[in-house]
Design a protein around this ligand. Sequence first.
Ligand code: DON
Length: 646
Amino acid sequence: MQYGTEMRAELGFPACAEVRTNVACFGAVTINNPNDATRSPIRRYLEELHARLSKLDTGRVATYIPELARANPAAFGVVIATVDGHVYEVGATRQQFTIQSISKPLIYGVALEDRGGERVRQAIGVEPSGDAFNSISLEPGTGRPLNPMINAGAIATSSLVAGATTEARIGRVVDAVSAYAGRPLELDEAVFESERATGHRNRAIGHMLRNYGIVSEDPEPALELYFKQCSILIDCRDLAMIGATLANGGVNPATGARAVRSEFVDQILSVMTTCGMYDFAGEWVYRVGMPAKSGVGGGIVAVLPGQLGIGVFSPALDERGNSVRGVAVCEALSNDLGLHFLHPPRPSVSTVRSRYTLATVRSKRRRPANEVRLLDEHGARVAIYELQGDLRFTTVERVVREIIDSGAALDFAVLDFKRVAHVDGPATRMLAALTQCCAAEGRHLVFTRVRRGDLLASFGAELDPRAADAVSFQPQLDLGLEWCERRLLERYAMRRSEAGLGGLLEHRLCAGVSPADVAHLERIVERREFEPGALIVHRGDPADALYFLVKGDVSVVVELPKGGYKRLSTLTPGMGFGESALIAGGVRSADVRADSAVECYALTATAFGKLERDRPRLMIGLLMNLLRSGNEMSARLTSEVAALEG
Ligand code: DON
């Protein structure tokens, strides 16, 4: 049975049957048994929705391809897949069915990759036809199919798939769709044979295209490929993953494999938006608002760019060949979850995860009081922007504007890229232009945690070489802060002497301790020297001594579970480490490494213990100073947390 507007009356369908349901609002999902409460509210919501729309029993399975008439109209599955690979599924989500027209946008991507945009546009338009999927909608004069979503456009698309043989082209098509689904897919030969045997209308379309030279040779091979691609077996979970792959810029969130080049994703989603639901496209965008594609096998895939993919399977179709329950599910999800693509999240607000300055947040390098005072005074001249998500014109604009507008008040701006997923061309160019502005004003940008080769790949090419000195890259945000601190201290003529301390009398842990007690201390401590890079204290070793650092820098670091190290702090002369040895004993909680040639004095726990009897005032003096430096540290951490949460 042929679908098309003229069939409406014959099948007794009211004009444009409105399929609406009053779906329970997201929050009002009823909880039957207490265990439900712990389950994901999204999962519960989907179950409710599925149960509610299962009652929708209008529509009929496709029969014009005889093999499709065997479908079970009651089958019903709903899946949501997010761009970070999480899947919510309810109902018949593993039941296989043929992809049918949902293959069309995916193969359009294959043709764009194989022939390039211009060649494909020569053969196929991008205008919605407003007609049924099997209408012979060709452009007057040129015979060009109006768009790649109607059968005429899809057959022309199949004719553009590259490959020396039909087998090679079929392999190319099946591999491409498998990459979207994230698993190897197979063909339903019975459906293929059934369509090939009854596909007279498509064959007529094929010959029309041959007649206009859109298909340059005998259309049979293109038709065969088209029937094959429509016969690829998928399930509802695959459908959602196909949607999530398109939402994720062409990369399958589960496998990480690229299914289509990123530059073609917008084109694919554009034709899905304007033409994917045929003569229902306008209504669809109005009521659902997501690029989508339906198939007469009973599937509908919908895409929320950058966020998720939806897959619905229910073979009972409406008069336009769209799954009745599929349309209802997508409409409900869009309304209940606010998924309409013309209702995007306000990007600029969320791009800056946190902004603070060196006045409140510092590097892990602990500094002597005079440097701390100077950074307290001038720290606001260094602003840090922790960025997140996709950087594009609309999202980076606010950051660029703020740095530009801050004028002479800002010497350095640190942009952290750890949570940035993607930087597009326009955003890269804006950052290069911002660097040039900073160069002109003697200001400096520091980019931290940029995944080289992935982010900002074209930054170097966009940057005016004369501005290159106005930007630097640091592998860690912490190192970026330290780099700015050093520059700020230099800028305000705070030169740090590398000579170190003359002795323990100048050491902060001996502040307020009598010279006699310090002299006693100097007699009982052990002088130790370490080469740059040497391990002074090893995590897990017994905590047996307090160290007085008198020359060089040391860093307290911990090894990360996924490899690499995290710097907890860097200490400079006049500071101490290993104090836990004196107080709690136990084992070392972190490594301490010499960053340069180091000289320090070690006071063993044993020697310290004896002070209680021999020099109680010295012991109290040391403990008080340790307490004081501990307090300073926690005060600093508290203000940093407040600033980061600000
Ligand atoms: O060409 C046909 O008619 C089928 N292979 C595909 C049609 C289809 O899926 C229409 N979609 N709603």
